[in-house]
Design a protein around this ligand. Structure first.
Ligand SMILES: C[S@@+](CC[C@H](N)C(=O)[O-])C[C@H]1O[C@@H](n2cnc3c(N)ncnc32)[C@H](O)[C@@H]1O
Length: 379
């Protein structure tokens, strides 16, 4: 326990330097400037035919902003994913003080916003050493974001040939730390020889840890594609043969029922998959997870919540910025639907019947809203 505690403390100390959000705040602002998004904001609303605001105030609504970037930058704002990216960018710029709302829904550009300083050379060194893979992924996504907004196809998907990209990104320090913490929490009051499901195993980062932390458990792995399976198996080495791999032919992904009987798993580990569930299918997906959990079984989820305006759930400005940056960047990946409203998640999971339906941490630096445990009550 003492070692686990030391590891967690070290992890928090590293994450709470907020190097990734600090570096990418600068990069996302540079993106908004170089794409011409900030000049659209500076100029939108300066037309003399404004119907509100009047005077020399530069006031505009979200819809006016979307139509201005469509007209001037060629962004496909009729597409829901691209429009959502722009909405995230607005929230991010507001968080950074570059725009503000004069009245709800009516924005203005702030020319005198505080600038964010680039990282020092020592911080850059830590960044490269510890957060290099996360940073490379965000860099590629943000570099591509302009083309994507103009209608180009997705940059990355979960198909063959993408294993290395996902493996490097998904193995990043922040996610690895979150998986470790969640698995430690799930171990408490769980029998060691239990049935565990890794839902959407990807390149196998979660599975590797599940095999390590639950050596006596029966472990099942499922994903909607088999394309990453050889990679995940080679990561596990000899232990791969202990895992029961479900062929993708037996599951069509979110929206179709998991190919299991009712009440078979003691634990379901669902890491970084929630943002890939289409909104209209989300409740059904969680109902199905509930169905296959045994009474008393635990669902562990890693999924950041979208920063709430009231700052009741997520207060720290760097955590908030980090979540906006991540959500914006990963939007260029096929199937991404984004981080979800925290209150809606709590309401939905309670409605289904889960108890303890809350993010485990509040005000816990990088993990605010990210690590969730839900329990199917004993009958
Ligand atoms: C970001 S990866 C997370 C992988 C792994 N759980 C981890 O923590 O490293 C997202 C996962 O969701 C899966 N996925 C994406 N779209 C899906 C869909 N429509 N239905 C089911 N799974 C999907 C991918 O195959 C991938 O395994």
């Amino acid at each position: 326990m003492a070692v686990a505690f030391e590891n967690i403390k070290t992890g928090i100390d590293i994450l709470r330097q907020f190097l990734v959000p600090k570096m990418f705040t600068v990069k996302l602002l540079e993106f908004a400037e170089s794409e011409g998004i900030l000049s659209v904001m500076r100029e939108t609303g300066n037309s003399p035919v404004r119907t509100f605001g009047g005077g020399s105030d530069n006031l505009w609504t979200r819809e006016e902003f979307y139509s201005a970037v469509h007209r001037r930058l060629g962004y496909e704002t009729g597409n829901a994913v691209r429009k959502r990216m722009l909405a995230i960018l607005l929230d991010f710029l507001e968080e950074c003080g570059h725009i503000s709302q004069k009245k709800p829904g009516i924005y203005t550009y702030n020319a005198d916003a505080k600038t964010t300083s680039p990282l020092s050379s020592e911080d850059m060194e830590v960044m490269r050493e510890i957060f290099g893979d996360q940073s490379m992924f965000f860099d590629k996504c943000i570099e591509y974001a302009g083309d994507f907004l103009k209608g180009k196809n997705y940059l990355f998907g979960f198909n063959k040939g993408m294993e290395d990209v996902w493996n490097r990104f998904l193995g990043n320090y922040e996610f690895s730390f979150a998986r470790d913490v969640l698995l430690k929490l799930m171990t408490v009051d769980t029998i060691p020889d239990c049935n565990i499901l890794d839902l959407c195993y990807g390149t196998g980062h979660g599975l590797e840890r599940i095999c390590r932390d639950f050596p006596d458990a029966d472990i099942t792995a499922i994903d909607f594609t088999d394309d990453m399976r050889p990679f995940a198996m080679s990561r596990l080495g000899k232990v791969a043969s202990k895992v029961k791999w479900i062929d993708a032919g037996r599951w069509n992904g979110f929206g179709s029922n998991l190919p299991f009987e009712v009440m078979v798993f003691d634990m379901i580990f669902f890491s970084c998959g929630d943002p890939y569930i289409p909104e209209h299918l989300r409740e059904g997906v969680y109902r199905d997870i509930f169905r296959v959990l045994k009474p008393g079984g635990i669902l562990g989820v890693i999924a950041w919540g979208y920063p709430d305006r009231s700052k009741r759930h997520i207060q720290n400005e760097w955590v908030r910025r980090g979540i906006y940056i991540h959500d914006f960047a990963e939007s260029v990946c096929n199937g991404w639907h984004g981080f979800r409203d925290i209150d809606s998640t709590i309401k939905m999971t309670r409605k289904i019947g889960f108890v303890g339906a809350n993010a485990v941490f509040n005000n816990f630096y990088m993990l605010d809203s990210a690590v969730w445990m839900f329990k199917r009550p004993e009958v």
